[in-house]
Design a protein around this ligand. Structure first.
Ligand code: ATP
Length: 352
């Protein structure tokens, strides 16, 4: 039986995770699927009470005894440096070497896109972002800090191994999901060292996937084109920095943070699943948080755990709630967080 650690976390995290849990329990019951959901208390409150973020033993336990980790959100104004969030999120990402950041972006209803004249089917892409290297590794430093001669260096670290495994993950995902095109985003003109490595590896791996159309684009051109012609994009693979930026752009095209799920993966290890949004302290405790990103994150997790049928049913129920306007105010609806979760559970019941 898959064992899942639920870490609701801070702010709206517990509210949206409660709905995701309800939906998971409902779909599991109707599919005859046993899930062992274990709630973990980690977050700002626990950090403030005990001074503990996450211990090495707890990390080891998650790696050893769990199949997946589902996070609500971490971030609390009472912890201005967000040490607990950094320790838990980055700790897990690095300890488990979760090198794939998967962000599916799908427009359910054209009303929610900021673009003019798009059909829902025009925005349906998956950003596969490298999650462990690039400019986010923190290599570098400053010199003459605070003076007019200050110098700041942020190194862009790209290894053959790191590039190859993320490019392979993108093509493997495309093949597994019947997607037809993989596009690489880089900046090989202005950053020829990193970009050159990405392009060479991409071309090599692409040869093994003859049925998939592959192309490489400069990231600036892609950012513009993604807004103008979103339908051209299917699977997009990019370094940590470019993937970070493009995935937020893509999420905006599909209706924003309230419905954007994500997964951090390393095949063979427990994945870390989390909605893209943060803890949104401004709306916490008001029954206004949109739970759909968290529910779609649960669907992504089900799929990853080998329950594609259950995942598809949850996605269909979410689509139905959006089409019916059974949503929280950020998507134009009038329901509260809990009522949206209940609506989705009822929809799942109907499909039994
Ligand atoms: P972080 O640094 O953790 O990403 P943030 O405050 O920059 O946090 P979010 O917490 O994602 O970013 O929220 C940005 C804004 O978007 C919030 O203030 C909130 O109004 C809105 N928002 C985010 N998530 C949701 C949600 N699930 N439902 C409704 N509104 C949301």
């Amino acid at each position: 039986m898959p064992r899942i650690a639920l870490i609701p976390g801070d702010g709206i995290g517990p509210e949206v995770t409660a709905e995701a849990r309800k939906v998971l329990e409902s779909v599991a019951a109707s599919e005859g699927l046993a899930l062992d959901l274990v709630q973990w208390p980690h977050g700002a409150q626990r950090y403030l009470d005990t001074g503990a973020t996450i211990t090495p033993e707890e990390m080891a336990e998650l790696e050893r005894d769990y199949d997946a980790i589902m996070l609500g959100a971490l971030g609390d104004p009472r912890v201005p440096g967000n040490e607990h969030a950094r320790d838990i999120l980055l700790g897990l990402r690095f300890k488990l070497d979760l090198y794939i950041n998967l962000r599916p972006v799908k427009l359910v209803d054209a009303r929610f896109s900021p673009l003019k004249g798009v059909a829902a089917a025009d925005v349906d892409m998956v950003i596969v972002r490298e999650n462990t290297e690039g400019v986010y590794v923190g290599l570098g430093g400053t010199f003459k800090r605070g003076t007019p001669d200050e110098l700041a260096i942020e190194e862009d670290v790209n290894t053959r191994k790191g590039v190859e495994r993320i490019v392979r993950a993108a093509f493997a995902y495309a093949r597994e999901h019947g997607r037809r095109r993989v596009t690489l985003a880089d900046k090989a003109n202005a950053m020829p060292n990193a970009g050159g490595l990405y392009r060479r590896v991409f071309a090599e791996v692409a040869r093994e996937y003859g049925e998939i159309t592959s192309s490489a684009m400069y990231v600036d051109a892609m950012a513009m084109d993604m807004v103008l012609h979103p339908a051209k994009y299917d699977v997009v693979v990019a370094s940590n920095l470019f993937g970070d930026i493009l995935s937020d752009l893509a999420a905006a095209l599909a209706g924003g943070l309230g419905i954007a799920p994500s997964a951090n993966l390393h095949p063979g290890k427990p994945g870390l699943f989390e909605p893209v949004h943060g803890s949104a302290p401004d709306i916490a405790g008001q029954d206004r948080a949109n739970p759909l990103a968290s529910v779609l994150t649960a669907a992504l997790m089900l799929e990853h755990l080998g329950n594609a049928g259950a995942a598809a049913r949850v996605e269909a129920a979410v689509d139905a709630s959006i089409r019916a306007g059974a949503t929280t105010p950020d998507l134009g609806g009038t329901l509260g967080t809990g009522a949206v979760g209940d609506w989705i559970c009822r929809e799942l019941e109907k499909g039994r």
